[in-house]
Design a protein around this ligand. Structure first.
Ligand SMILES: [Zn+2]
Length: 269
């Protein structure tokens, strides 16, 4: 399913999701800024996305990172629509990871994309000038787009959606995610555009809540680890419970990955 929600004169939110019993399982946002698209939705909404694209002039697509909910409809673009991605993302787009049954149901398996242009450090959309900002942590290839005059920051998946993050993928570096969040928090931003929450108008407070929770868990987990507790014991002691779908992710996400990253990862790539 697709929902088109104009936000202001320049930005339109394009929400895509898989529909189940008339409801979205989970929405992911792409953003249309004049003739330019940031990210390209989830593959299970490709029919609706194609219809939307046919009614709008889209000359460029800029990709934040290669996760399947951000690039699922990218294969419908080509020809006069230029696709831009950084080098690491390009590699993943050429050979997309097989995402497994659960995520194929939730988002859809992306198709390989071959014709991709290199993302530069800056780009313009008319009189809007965007800076490309690396946002490692959630994914090594994640980048964001900052428009300093408007004070808009497109952060995509840099900030965890739940206020209390408890699960992670093994490749996520949670301490690095916190450093990235602190970097965004300290920038001059009026509106944060998040890939699962949409526009956020109190960015500093929103980000700080998430940083505070992760820092608290890290402190408590470290103390328990130093007292000789195992990862499983730490999980029980801190009463960390995952969401209902955690088992269905078949170890793509885990509470143990989250705790291990907090205990052992360094905030560097
Ligand atoms: Zn992601």
């Amino acid at each position: 399913m697709i929902e088109i929600v104009p936000y202001n004169d320049d930005v339109t939110c394009i929400k895509t999701a898989t529909e189940q019993d008339g409801q979205a399982i989970m929405f992911v946002y792409s953003f249309l800024i004049r003739d330019t698209l940031f990210d390209a939705g989830c593959g299970n909404a490709v029919r609706e996305f194609e219809e939307f694209a046919s009614k709008n002039e889209i000359n460029q697509v800029y990709i934040s990172h290669s996760h399947e909910d951000h690039v699922g409809c990218l294969h419908i673009f080509g020809g006069k629509t230029k696709i831009y991605a950084n080098e690491m993302t390009q590699k993943n787009l050429r050979e997309p990871q097989q995402i497994g049954e659960f995520f194929d149901f939730v988002w859809g398996q992306p198709k390989p994309i071959l014709d991709i242009n290199t993302m530069l450090d800056t780009f313009s959309i008319g009189d809007l000038s965007f800076e490309v900002i690396p946002l490692p942590g959630h994914a090594a290839d994640l980048i964001g787009f900052y428009e300093p005059k408007k004070r808009w920051f497109f952060s995509f998946d840099a900030i965890p959606l739940p206020s209390k993050k408890k699960i992670a993928m093994p490749e996520e570096n949670v301490p690095l995610m916190v450093v990235t969040m602190e970097k965004i928090r300290d920038m001059d931003i009026e509106i944060l555009f998040d890939s699962h929450k949409g526009p956020i108008e109190n960015p500093r407070e929103y980000i700080q809540t998430r940083i505070d929770y992760i820092n608290m868990i890290q402190k408590e987990a470290t103390a328990l680890h130093e007292s000789g507790k195992s990862i499983d014991e730490i999980q029980v002691a801190l009463d960390l419970e995952g969401p209902w779908y955690l088992e269905m992710t078949k170890d793509r996400f885990g509470i143990d990955f989250f705790l291990k990253s907090l205990l052992f990862d360094k905030a560097e790539q």
